[in-house]
Write a protein that binds this ligand. Sequence first.
Ligand SMILES: [Zn+2]
Ligand SMILES: [Zn+2]
Length: 174
Amino acid sequence: MNSNRRLFRINIGFLINQPVGTLREIPIEAKSISLEKEFPVEDLRGVISLARTHNGIRSINTVHALAEAECGRCLESFKQTLDCEFEENFTFENRPLSEEELIIPEDGNIDFEPLIREYLELEMPYNPVCRPDCKGLCAVCGQNLNEQDCGHPHPGFNAAGGKWDRKPKELSKN
Ligand SMILES: [Zn+2]
Ligand SMILES: [Zn+2]
């Protein structure tokens, strides 16, 4: 895993002597990566835009990734799309001017991985769903209703299509 470790580390030294307002866009990409603290994602891509400010650097970042998730309705695993946008201010000062600012390390290297991880994780839904119209599992027999209609009544689904609106089978007769 250590080979992954510095993928999003950027040396901002090239911006230090540039005039305020100088902008540089740095594309980032990783087909498959385990972000720190065991957060594996695929198809990570985005842009880190760095702008010289009067006392440091502002970064404006957009990141897309796919994360493994389990559908809260049908329990199948699927790839959850995560898209985030965030801004950070970094300062050369020895102390941050505000709590929102991070200090640029003396060697000029900023590792964006902790930030990328944090913001991607914030995009993870509390209750992920594989697709908006996922029908979930039958409460009686556990059948995945996306695959097959087992014939049991599914309260709450009537409004969606009407075809589920039927009388319950008498299970107790078996
Ligand atoms: Zn589902
Ligand atoms: Zn059923």
